[in-house]
Design a binder for this molecule. Structure first.
Ligand code: IFG
Length: 557
């Protein structure tokens, strides 16, 4: 597959843009734009009330019971009360990190008093009904108190993502904004449909620095996505240090698509990403793609090639031309040592071994390779994750393995074969969930081999029933991959991720009963002022009734 050399959208100066954006948001609150009367009848195209509604949350919660006429207002003297040790305190600290900059309030964190919840915000690791499970929460908002209850820190964290969306969008600003800081009254009880809601970032085709990855983690956490799959190696680049094979990073990581300088993560940097992800209750899933997509490794070590000759570094965008040498023993020492070092850095349960597009590997050798490599993963105490090609009948099942479906069809014998032997499935159909697909023919970024993906295409499918022969019970969840052949900058990532990522996140979290495009498109429109306040440059899809940008002429009567 070839792509023409493309440049991303003009690179806006991030800090300057965020300040301008905050100014616009503030002007809207100071009469720059009409403040829609609270409770404005909801219809597409009309300015939406700046106060949030419990019905606007994405992903849609399991149950929402608004208390009309009840509003909580965060006061300058408000305190954040916690019960539940370090897990609760950490979420409270995270919440203050969000609200102190935009409200300017001190928001001290202190132990919650016994008995009735104190005025202000309470994060309580107790008394949440078992139905919320280990990722869910209950949120109660009265005139006096906001009370979040959960059974784990993750549940509290997910509840805070909902609470964020109930505050005015300017709560997301990096600079102090005027109040009032209202939260609509009512009760939300919530928990996810699927355990695995993921995003993938390909840092091999174009390298993306630690700060970009951390900010992407912050963005995906907004929508309760709890896994980030990092595609760490491919033909164009190797992006993680392996002490036993140093040239992988220093030479194999020295370029990228288009010939730029590439880059790699040191082990400390990778651990920094893992730690940041953990603070956002996101699990890192590292991928070393094999036996195909390995030119960077083959170029780094001649002995890994069947003919003993190292190919040149590759900066194009073709696929399927490279393969580790499945008939040489050194290959298996290489893979074992790479996986051993990666497993030591990865607290999460999965090592992703790729397995896609191994056109240069004879199929019998592919099966033999995979049957030797999968036990290396389980020997590390990890479960195998791989693209669904590892579901081939002559590739053995390994305990707890997950096949990631990226096909274009509504049934696939490789997936059916893997599921029949006990595998679970993460759904990433390329014509629904690939965030590197163009929105429309005019989209400057992205590819179109899987088709064009507008927002409704990303939203209107069901991961639980999508593949014939795969029961919902075998579906572990969904994941939205962002391949980076054409994705060069952080702005490019944001433009392609928003607004489609929240659609995939909702498919992973929300009950099927809440699935409704007409309602979703309105809820998505209400997210725009938040993204603007965060400085996210999103695609203004014509399918969505976006509110006029705050302070813009269009917003004035
Ligand atoms: N398919 C390849 C990716 C990438 C992608 C771009 C998979 C599993 C096309 N493999 O998707 O490496 O090139 O959309």
């Amino acid at each position: 597959m070839r792509v023409s050399a493309l440049s991303g959208p003009s690179r806006r100066l991030r800090p300057v843009r965020a300040a301008v954006v905050a100014l616009m948001a503030a002007s809207a609150c100071l009469g720059g734009a009409p403040l829609a009367a609270a409770g404005t009848e909801r219809s597409p195209g009309k300015p939406r009330p700046l106060a949030a509604s419990m019905s606007d949350v994405i992903p849609a919660p399991v149950s929402v019971r608004p208390d009309a006429g009840v509003t909580f207002t965060l006061r300058p003297s408000a305190r954040i009360h916690t019960r539940g040790g370090q897990a609760a305190t950490a979420v409270a600290t995270y919440l203050t990190g969000l609200l102190r900059p935009s409200t300017g309030y001190a928001l001290p964190v202190q132990a919650a008093p016994r008995g009735a919840p104190a005025p202000g915000i309470s994060l309580l690791l107790d008394a949440a009904e078992p139905a919320v499970g280990d990722q869910g929460y209950r949120l109660d908002v009265t005139g006096a108190a906001v009370v979040l209850r959960a059974r784990t820190g993750t549940g509290l964290f997910n509840g805070v993502q909902t609470l964020r969306q109930l505050l005015p969008a300017r709560a997301e600003s990096a600079t102090v904004q005027p109040g009032p800081w209202t939260v609509p009254g009512g009760r939300i009880v919530d928990h996810p449909r699927f355990a695995y809601r993921g995003a993938m970032l390909d840092v091999a085709r174009h390298f993306h620095p630690v700060e970009t990855v951390k900010r992407y983690i912050d963005r995906i956490a907004l929508y309760k996505i709890n896994h980030l799959h990092l595609h760490l190696s491919d033909d164009q680049g190797w992006r993680i240090v392996v002490d036993g094979w140093p040239r992988l990073a220093t030479y194999g990581g020295s370029t990228q698509v288009g010939g730029g300088p590439g880059g790699h993560y040191t082990k400390a940097q990778y651990q920094d990403i893992v730690a940041h992800a953990a603070r956002r209750h996101v699990t890192i899933v590292p991928e070393i793609d094999m036996p195909g997509h390995t030119n960077a490794a083959l170029a780094s070590y001649a002995e890994l090639n069947c003919d003993g000759v190292a190919p040149p570094l590759y900066t194009g965008t073709a696929v399927g031309f490279s393969s580790l040498c499945a008939t040489k023993e050194i290959t298996y020492r290489f893979v074992a040592e790479v996986l051993d070092e990666l497993a030591a850095l990865t607290p999460g349960p999965y090592l992703h071994i790729g397995g896609d597009e191994a056109s240069a590997t004879p199929h019998d050798q592919y099966a033999a390779f995979m049957n030797r490599v999968q036990p290396m993963v389980t020997a590390e105490g990890k479960a195998v994750m791989g693209w669904h090609q590892i579901g081939a009948a002559d590739v053995a099942h390994s305990p707890g393995r997950v096949v990631q479906y990226w096909g274009l069809t509504a049934s696939d014998p490789l997936v059916t074969s893997a599921v029949s032997r006990g595998a679970k499935v993460v759904m990433s159909p390329a014509n629904k969930a690939y965030l590197d697909m163009k929105y429309n023919p005019q989209t400057r970024l992205g590819l179109d081999w899987a088709g064009l993906i507008e927002v409704r295409t990303a939203y209107d499918w069901d991961p639980g029933t999508y593949l014939a022969g795969v029961p919902a019970a075998s579906v572990l969840g969904v994941e939205a991959p962002m391949w980076t052949e054409t994705i060069v900058t952080e702005d490019d990532i944001e433009y392609m991720a928003f607004p489609r990522l929240p659609a995939i996140a909702e498919l992973g979290w929300s009950p099927r009963s809440t699935h409704d495009w007409e309602a979703f498109r309105l809820r998505l429109a209400a997210q725009a002022p938040r993204w603007t306040a965060m400085g996210i440059g999103f695609y203004r899809s014509p399918q969505i009734p976006w509110p006029a940008p705050a302070g813009s002429v269009a917003a004035r009567p």
